[in-house]
Design a protein around this ligand. Structure first.
Ligand code: HEC
Length: 115
């Protein structure tokens, strides 16, 4: 009986946690600070991820600032890019929340003057 109760409670909390995550996700856009730390861990291997970084470790990888300043670059375009395969890293799988954080971070690098 106790075990069953535990399982039921566990399932209940699991579902409400999932719902909470979902609604937070729907309302709130990404967090640029978390996006930066994620980028430093995962993307900085190839990309220059910081505002003042001009040269990427991998010369084929554009700096995040250059990505942000590419004309027509939007959160959607970045999201699509991140969900389709990176040519050099087909196994990169980024969770939706991390994707939002990364997008918020990348777009925060945009030069004020660009549209
Ligand atoms: C193993 C190296 C590598 C890693 C790690 C990497 N990238 Fe890339 N990325 C590249 C290369 C190389 C390109 C350029 C490919 C091209 O233009 O065909 C690229 C291109 C991109 C583009 C498209 C730029 C454009 O102008 O369309 C985005 C956005 C991007 N990367 C984001 C990320 C993010 C976010 C991460 C971390 C989660 C990441 N990358 C990790 C190598 C990498």
């Amino acid at each position: 009986m106790r075990a069953l109760l535990k399982v039921t409670l566990f399932a209940f909390y699991g579902v409400s946690a999932a719902l909470l995550t979902y609604s937070a996700h729907a309302v709130e856009l990404g967090d640029a600070t978390r996006g930066l730390s994620y980028a430093q861990q995962v993307c900085a291997e190839c990309h220059s991820v910081e505002d003042d970084g001009m040269y990427s470790p991998n010369p084929d990888a554009p700096s995040f600032k250059a990505i942000a300043d590419t004309s027509g670059m939007t959160g959607t375009a970045i999201a699509v890019w991140l969900q389709t395969s990176h040519p050099t890293m087909p196994d990169l799988i980024i969770a939706p929340q991390d994707t939002d954080d990364l997008i918020a971070y990348i777009l925060s690098l945009r030069s004020k003057s660009s549209p």
